[in-house]
Write a protein that binds this ligand. Structure first.
Ligand SMILES: Nc1ncnc2c1ncn2[C@@H]1O[C@H](COP(=O)(O)OP(=O)(O)OP(=O)(O)O)[C@@H](O)[C@H]1O
Length: 238
């Protein structure tokens, strides 16, 4: 497993409207690793993901992705992104969606991403007729077109039942073991235990970046939720 960073965030400050919403973040994300970006709603997760994707105007600081300044044209194909509402066409089949996005990207192979997310058996079904979990995986397959080195997933497990969530996290781990760096946001604290590395963002600042095991050891807790409460409580205590 490679340990070279996929993303380096240095003193990142972002305003949205007139408010400063990220207050000077310093973070490093590793290749071949699933990093969970966790924290309460409004903490700045989506804003940080937007900065990593190069679509967020930043006030100061830098973001370097795969060794290049964020926003470089050469990065477009090297990053896969799945939004909270994956944009796939419900009235096309799974395979038609993949072929369509492959053509836009100029990528010849639409079949391998389907295999990687285990959707080959349903490739001829309309996306509108798939289950929620299968639909999420279509979004993921489109993000895998072009074999990205970095995958950015904004709340990919929202609305999925525990079994489907577990299977998606299993898939993320498999992708990471093939060398892809994954950044996965979630507001479900207990998903922390599924990650190799956890970043907790609260009110635009990093509360902690560590492995889940270290997180529990450091706080003397047994669940990620309790660990976060201990950290946040500690942060505001006199
Ligand atoms: N378009 C916008 N204009 C002004 N402020 C915004 C805008 N979008 C988000 N914000 C503010 O920026 C802060 C960070 O929001 P962000 O969406 O990054 O948080 P989040 O952790 O992703 O939350 P959620 O889990 O609810 O998506 C919040 O205080 C939010 O109100």
């Amino acid at each position: 497993m490679s340990t070279s960073p996929t993303v380096v965030v240095d003193s990142l400050v972002v305003h949205r409207g007139r408010r400063e919403v990220l207050h000077g973040l310093d973070l490093t994300f590793a290749a071949g690793t699933v990093t969970g970006l966790l924290g309460p709603s409004g903490g700045g997760k989506t804003t940080l993901l937007r900065a990593i994707l190069g679509v967020q105007i930043v006030t100061s600081g830098t973001v370097t992705v795969l060794g290049e300044p964020v926003g470089s044209a050469g990065l477009r194909r090297r990053i896969g992104y799945v939004t909270q509402a994956p944009s796939v066409y419900e009235d096309l089949t799974v395979e038609e969606n993949l072929r369509y996005f492959a053509r836009i990207l100029g990528v010849p192979d639409a079949a391998t991403p389907l295999e990687r997310v285990d959707l080959t058996p349903v490739r001829h079904q309309l996306v509108g007729q798939l289950s929620g979990g299968q639909r999420s995986r279509v979004g993921l397959a489109t993000a895998l077109l072009g074999s990205p080195e970095l995958l950015v997933l904004d709340e990919p497990t929202v609305g999925l039942d525990p079994v489907l969530r577990a299977s998606l996290w299993g898939l993320f781990a498999e992708l990471a073991s093939s060398g892809v760096g994954l950044i996965v946001s979630s507001h479900v604290m207990d998903e922390a235990t599924r990650c190799d590395e956890v970043v907790l963002l609260r009110e635009g600042a990093v509360v902690v970046q560590s492995s889940p095991t270290e997180l529990l050891a450091q706080t003397g807790t047994t669940t990620a939720e309790a660990a976060f409460l201990a950290l946040v409580g500690g942060a505001v205590a006199p």
